[in-house]
Write a protein that binds this ligand. Structure first.
Ligand code: SF4
Length: 270
């Protein structure tokens, strides 16, 4: 079924972890006469009012779903479908990292136009993290926790031993492209590791100003500091706790920032 997208209606994107599951879901939806629009073998658009029913239909057939998020047509226009058409699912075998399976997708809590996601590597990449720490500019490495954190424009990327989390991706195509980019980076780094000096340094490369950027910036003083910037400096030095920022902990509009800050704090060990 090819659903005509109406600009005045609400839709939802359903994402599948791999092509087999995506194709199986689409075959089931066709056989059951359900309306959907094909994005790629990995995702479909369904009308908002049918989302629960569609999910039930495919989950009852044991199809795996990574997640779903609102599709706001007016934000994308035709560009979204054009980019989806151009996207080719990357295939690699026999490399250090063969695949990253997207297991969780959800809207960012504070900004429904963005998504956050969790993917799992097909193998443990711990041994490559110090090499990536040497290669990625501005990355923050925590040897004890086996995590590497870096920012790509507004997106925050955390690499763990077998997992990757990304916050504030633009949409699912943006997410797929970042995952492909990370896979390529890991494989290239692995293949040229003999020429790279691994960097085990856990130096904090996130600056107070970057932390300040994720804070509410109201200078309300509820944390006991005179300004948000002062709080950011003391947090970086391990002299403050994230939970002391009251608006960040309690106001739903800062929920996404709170998660990002928690991940950043965990990665930095502060
Ligand atoms: S409680 Fe949070 S918002 Fe208020 S001054 Fe401290 S850091 Fe800024």
């Amino acid at each position: 079924m090819s659903l005509e997208i109406d600009k005045n209606k609400q839709y939802e994107i359903i994402v599948f972890p791999n092509q087999d599951e995506g194709l199986r879901a689409q075959r089931i939806l066709i056989s059951k006469g359900k309306d959907f629009k094909h994005i790629s073998t990995l995702a479909v658009v369904v009308p908002e009012e049918n989302k629960e029913l569609v999910c039930r239909v495919i989950i009852n057939e044991n199809v795996l779903v990574s997640g779903r998020y609102p599709f706001l047509y007016h934000d994308y226009e035709e560009d979204f479908f054009k980019r989806a058409k151009e996207y080719k699912v990357s295939e690699s075998s026999g490399e250090f990292l063969n695949s990253i399976t997207l297991c969780y997708v959800a809207p960012c809590m504070a900004d429904e136009k963005k998504i956050r996601l969790i993917g799992y590597f097909n193998r443990d990449i711990t041994e490559i993290l110090p090499y990536l720490n040497a290669v990625i500019k501005g990355a923050s490495y925590n040897n004890g926790a086996s995590t590497l954190t870096y920012a790509k424009e507004r997106r925050l990327i955390n690499l763990y031993n077998i997992k990757i989390t990304i916050a504030k991706a633009d949409d699912i195509i943006d997410a797929w492209l970042i995952l492909d980019e990370v896979k390529k980076l890991v494989n290239n780094t692995y293949s040229s590791r003999d020429t790279i000096k691994p960097n085990y340094e856990e130096k904090v490369k996130v600056t107070a100003l970057q932390i300040y950027g994720w804070l509410p910036k109201t200078n309300c003083r509820a944390c006991g500091e005179a300004t948000c910037l002062a709080f950011a400096c003391r947090l970086l030095q391990g002299e403050q706790k994230l939970s002391k920022c009251v608006p960040l902990s309690t106001e739903s509009k800062f929920a996404e920032n709170k998660i990002i800050m928690q991940e950043m704090a965990e990665a930095l060990g502060v």
